[in-house]
Design a protein around this ligand. Structure first.
Ligand code: NAD
Length: 486
């Protein structure tokens, strides 16, 4: 199947407003996860390229074209970028689908969400206010929110454009300049974001994109002395490394890391809504979502009913290459396929039962790509590894409970704390559970409700800080107190 848009064989990085290859001349290949075939090549940026990008961001941050832009004009530039993302939704959605494997409607939705970040933060530029602090008759004390300067943004492959926009839009709204490092698996839409930023009128150097490996370009970005703040989205292991490096330089880091989120289902819940939610957890980006509800903590009396409804819902799942817009696409890579299959094997060895799925799709063209069957494990105990470790695929573990206390203990029983869900018709119980669940966001009766406006981040090892909403503005600005003797 040929893509409906031209995928450039070789893409560039965007540094200082120019499309450039890596200084070393090296390239990285990106693959179509539906077939395993090479898709495009991106520059393998390294420390020299990061240095050039940070230098250009640093210069652009201080240049009058950005530093003296009025807040409304900064907002207009961001709004134009949001509009350009929407105007190019077909192209960008297709690129995202080809690069990441996600179904086309999900790729297109990610573009719309990315546009929303720029729209939302465009409107905030002229509302980033400080305060007047009452002291005494002889003094005036005020606070102002100021940009850091150069912000380094490192994102993973599961929602590349969306996560880039989530960090870049608030960082730019405050007046910072950004160097973005997309994942090596999915550089294509990030580069287009850099191009569209220029088209929208952002001055050259304000939004740079360096493609390359994490251990090369990513690490160089975190180590660069002119990078004053870091936004990292990815795994706990890499987040820990990034935080250690940043700690050496005393540079603040936002960490958006993994999860093993629990969805707690009480017997009075709308079980069809629960089944629909499980279906979405498995099919949305093939389960490769940090906040996916991968543990279904169900009252023991409702387990059989829930399993029947989930199995029935999964029977209708369509599978195929992202461009055919199925419900379920492939995983991102061979490495991720091996990881998920390893956990499917482990689940069996730990004594859990796969009531649906349990392996990869091996028939016809699907055998060429990285397709895994939606797998529901029953008979899972909280101490099993499959109930504690992030699998990052279409896999859900069902854990039964008898009492509310037991449900809370199971739900809070992993090292993660990104999101949680509660399904019940009892509002008092829902609110009580929300208080007791250790998670950055709790969804009641609709998992993953909310949007750009709702702050997002993790408790425990799921991360530090909050992206999205007004909370992100505090993150990308530093507070200055000025006290004047009158
Ligand atoms: P990863 O940590 O391997 O890579 C993420 C990014 O970090 C990539 O751009 C990579 O190139 C870069 N990187 C790798 N090594 C680096 C280093 N030494 N220094 C600097 N950068 C480096 O993560 P992944 O496997 O690509 O992504 C999946 C993980 O991301 C999952 O754990 C998922 O839960 C998490 N995630 C979290 C959120 C969130 O908002 N909390 C969102 C999406 C994904």
């Amino acid at each position: 199947m040929s893509p409906p848009i031209a995928v450039r064989d070789r893409t560039s990085m965007i540094i200082g407003g120019r499309a450039v290859p890596a200084a070393s001349g090296a390239w990285l290949t990106t693959y179509d996860p539906s077939t395993g075939e090479p898709l495009a090549e991106a520059p393998r940026g390294g420390p020299a390229d990061v240095d050039a990008a940070v230098a250009s961001a640093h210069a652009a941050y201080r240049a009058p074209e950005w530093a003296r832009l009025t807040p409304p004009d900064r907002g207009r530039a961001l709004a134009r970028l949001g509009a350009l993302l929407l105007a190019n939704q077909d192209e960008l959605g297709t690129l995202e689908t080809l690069d990441s494997g996600k179904p086309l409607s999900q790729g297109r939705r990610d573009v719309a969400l990315a546009a929303r970040y720029f729209e939302y933060y465009a409107g905030i530029c002229d509302k980033i206010e400080g305060a007047h602090l009452p002291l005494d008759a002889e003094h005036l004390a005020i606070t102002t929110k100021e940009p850091y300067g150069v912000v380094g943004v490192i994102v993973p492959w599961n929602a590349p454009l969306n996560q880039a926009a989530r960090a870049a839009a608030p960082a730019l709204a405050v007046g910072n300049a950004v160097v973005l490092k997309p994942a090596e698996e999915t550089p294509l839409t990030a580069v287009r974001l850099g191009e569209l930023a220029l088209e929208a009128g952002l001055p050259p150097g304000v939004l740079n994109v360096v493609t390359g490996l994490g251990s090369e370009a990513g690490q160089a970005l975190v180590e660069h002395p002119l990078v004053r703040r870091i936004s990292f989205t990815g795994s706990v292991e890499t987040g820990r490394l990034v935080a250690k490096t940043a700690a050496d330089r005393i540079v603040p880091v936002g960490l958006e890391l993994g999860g093993k989120s629990a969805n707690v289902v009480f017997p009075d819940a709308d079980l069809d809504a629960v089944a629909a939610s499980v279906l979405r957890t498995m099919t949305h980006n093939a389960g490769q979502i940090c906040s996916a509800a991968t543990r279904l903590v169900v009252h023991a009396d409702a387990v059989d009913d829930v399993l029947d409804r989930v199995s029935a819902a999964l029977a209708g799942v369509t599978v195929g290459p992202g461009l055919t817009d199925p419900m379920l696409g492939p995983l991102i890579s061979r490495a991720q396929l091996d990881r998920v299959l390893g956990y499917l094997d482990l689940g069996g060895r730990e004594g859990a039962t796969a009531v649906t799925g349990g392996g990869r799709y091996t028939g016809g063209d699907l055998a060429r790509g990285y397709f895994v069957q939606p797998t529901v494990f029953a008979g899972v105990r909280p101490d099993m590894r499959i109930a504690n470790e992030e699998i990052f695929g279409p896999v859900v573990c069902v854990l039964p409970f008898r009492t509310e206390d037991e449900a809370v203990e199971i739900a809070n029983g992993t090292g993660y704390g990104l999101a949680a869900g509660v399904y019940t018709r009892d509002i008092g119980r829902a609110l009580g559970m929300s208080r007791r669940l250790e998670a950055g966001q709790v969804f009641v009766n609709e998992y993953q409700a909310g949007g750009v406006e709702t702050p997002f981040g993790g408790y425990k090892r799921s991360g530090w800080g909050r992206e999205k909403g007004l909370a992100a503005i505090d993150h990308y600005s530093q507070l200055k107190t000025t006290v004047i003797r009158l």
